[in-house]
Design a protein around this ligand. Structure first.
Ligand code: AMP
Length: 186
């Protein structure tokens, strides 16, 4: 597996949009656990049935379940050949340690797209996604601080963290991200 990256950021930070652009630019496979879970819900699979109520409430699907779908995806040929950009995973220290087990040294960079709680709340209120009720938004932000923010320190200690200011237009942020990735991975 060549180049492995992850993108972290509060819900509403624009990480999904940036992830699509980064994956295209660096020709790596974009893997969004949120998208995979939403497809499972739509298809009504067993996984989808398990995940739906948790997602609707803004909770986190269990590490076991998410680790399983990610491990399966990372084993596919396209990822093995081209590398990956994980979006929305890992979200807990348990997931991060599992990822390290799975990919080891291929994980080159953890991009933290930094946008304040106030700003992301405004953005989420206006995007109108089905799971964006005020309660679910509050719950997701709370869980991010409790479960995901500690990962920032974890990646820092692994020496692969890079923090990007997520304020500005999509293009401005994209430029910033590209410069940082090129600077870090050459
Ligand atoms: P996202 O599109 O990344 O905001 O994900 C939407 C929802 O899917 C989240 O609010 C969680 O309920 C669930 N989800 C996505 N990724 C994960 C993950 N890595 N761990 C646990 N739950 C997840």
């Amino acid at each position: 597996m060549s180049l492995g990256m992850i993108i972290l950021g509060r819900q509403g930070s624009g990480k999904g949009t940036q992830a699509v652009r980064i994956a295209e630019r660096f020709q790596v496979v974009h893997i969004s656990t949120g998208d995979m879970l939403r497809s499972a819900v739509q298809e009504g699979t067993e996984l989808g049935l398990k995940a739906k109520s948790i997602m609707d409430a803004g909770g986190l699907v269990t590490d076991d379940v998410v680790n399983g779908i990610v491990a399966e995806r990372l084993a596919k040929d396209d990822v093995q050949n081209s590398g990956f950009l994980l979006d929305g995973y890992p979200r807990t220290v348990g997931q991060a340690t599992e990822l390290k087990q799975l990919v080891g040294e291929s994980l080159k960079l953890a991009i933290n797209l930094d946008v304040s709680i106030e700003e992301v709340t405004q953005r989420m209120m206006s995007r109108g996604r089905e799971d964006d009720t005020p309660e679910a938004i509050a719950r997701r932000l709370e869980l991010y601080e409790a479960e995901t923010a500690p990962l920032i320190k974890w990646f820092e200690s692994e020496n692969i963290l890079c923090v990007i200011d997520g304020l500005g237009t999509e293009i401005e942020v994209h430029q910033r991200v590209i410069e940082e990735i090129e600077r870090n991975i050459g």
